[in-house]
Design a protein around this ligand. Structure first.
Ligand code: GAL
Length: 425
């Protein structure tokens, strides 16, 4: 894996040494009484349903074993990619009413919370629990500011995956995944000619951002794509214009009601055979499995080569949490080998720890573990590894406009302005 987010640190990931570290939060974690005597640990996520809930449930089972002195309280707020949860969280943090822990993406999104002084440094716990060497170095750097580490990563997800309904493809005579954008357009035309009116299922704002980024990775290549986020690539460039034009063409193969759809609504179009393809992160593997839909295939987005568009869910200790000892037990569990296995086997993601055993995982994750080890890492803006929440909001609103007006120049101007306003801040 060549990890080239903001830091370009090389590391070996997804090793398979069987070095299971003692994982329990045992009796020596105290009796559960914090300053306020709370036994409850409120865990705030947006994993309310399907494969996401299945992953959370797996982790909770481990928490109940390791942290039996505490009670898990589910603070999930439904809505893909935190579309509702992040607003609820922001207002709670504003009112000094934090949950005991919350989900935050590694990278720029986490940095937002650090800069706002809303979360605690947990470097001491990293040492105490032996986490210093458990995760890839590049990933830990995305959780670190000024030498202090602020969260424990639960996983690594891949964003740039193309999911397909196998029967819809076979019925249209399509036998192989498209290798590049040109082949993708040809297949989409074939599907349309066979009566699949909107062969590419798509949802609202953040899902459109994902599709656009996948196109940019194809048109710019991994290194130039990375440069968009660290100031080395010009958003005003001709290759970005080409990306917007290709993206616009892709929109013409998608469902017209996309702006009202969450990712699971778009996924349902694929499951129901009304669409052939959907670009989505690999939480879709877990969700399709949880929903019992078996007739699917997956491939990297056409033209993305070995680019692994990564994001990582991590959990934090908020300042002013009611039960910090309980939070620490949650963090210790999710950072442990057993916790990562309990979570990731159900979540579609791969473990962030490098000592996990690939054969413990379903087929999709086994292939992802290999790709991660051999790929080039690129970050994601809608999932926080590439950009701050402010930058993401600006891009989302520009893309929302574009979804209805299709104005290429206006979108590019807005993207240039967003980068100028937010890059490096
Ligand atoms: C991402 C998150 C994933 C998954 C996805 C869809 O932001 O990192 O774990 O939940 O949203 O909701």
């Amino acid at each position: 894996m060549r990890f080239s987010g903001s830091t370009r640190v090389a590391f070996a990931a997804a090793g398979v040494a069987l070095a299971l570290v003692a994982s329990g939060c045992g009796a020596d974690d105290g009796d559960g009484s914090s300053g306020t005597g709370s036994k409850q640990v409120e865990v705030f996520t947006w994993w309310a349903d399907g494969g996401e809930k299945a992953g959370l449930d797996g982790l909770v089972t481990q928490f109940k074993t390791d942290c039996s002195q505490y009670e898990f309280v589910n603070g999930a707020v439904a809505g893909g990619a935190g579309s509702n949860a992040k607003q609820v969280l922001a207002s709670r943090l504003q009112q000094s009413d934090p949950p005991d822990t919350f989900q935050a993406h590694a990278g720029a999104e986490l940095t937002d919370y650090i800069k706002a002084g809303q979360i605690e440094d947990i470097s001491a716990q990293y040492k105490e629990w032996g986490l210093d060497s458990a995760f890839p170095k590049g990933l830990v750097e995305s959780l670190t500011v000024n030498g202090k580490i602020y969260s424990v990563p639960a996983n690594i997800h891949r964003a740039n995956v193309l999911w397909a309904n196998k029967k819809v493809l076979t019925d249209a005579g399509i036998t192989a995944a498209p290798k590049d954008l040109a082949e993708f357009f040809t297949q989409l035309d074939t599907l349309k000619a066979k009566g699949v009116a909107a062969p590419l299922a798509l949802g609202k704002d953040w899902t459109q951002q994902m599709l656009f980024e996948a196109v940019l990775i194809s048109d710019l290549g991994a290194d130039k794509f990375n440069g968009l986020w660290n100031g080395k690539t010009d958003w005003a460039g001709a290759d970005v214009t080409k990306g917007i034009e290709d993206y616009k063409k892709l929109l013409s193969y998608s469902n017209k009601d996309r702006d009202t759809f969450d990712w699971t609504d778009a996924e349902k179009l694929v499951m129901d055979g009304k669409a052939a393809y959907q670009l989505m992160g690999d939480w879709e593997a877990a969700d399709l499995d949880a929903k019992g839909f078996k007739d699917y295939s997956y491939s990297v987005f056409p033209g993305n080569g070995n680019a692994y568009q990564w994001l990582a869910d991590s959990f934090v200790l908020p300042k002013g949490a009611k039960n910090p000892e309980g939070t620490k037990c949650w963090l210790k569990t999710l950072g442990s080998a057993a916790g990562q296995k309990a979570f990731n086997t159900k979540k579609g993601s791969i473990p962030a720890r490098t000592d996990s055993v690939a054969s413990d995982y379903p087929a999709y994750q086994q292939s992802a573990i290999k790709d991660w080890a051999n790929g080039v890492a690129v970050p994601s803006c809608p999932h926080g590894s590439a950009c701050s929440q402010g930058w993401q909001g600006a891009v989302a609103s520009a893309q929302g406009k574009f979804s209805s007006d299709g104005n290429v120049a206006a979108l590019q101007t807005a993207l240039v302005a967003a980068a100028k306003q937010y890059a490096g801040k």
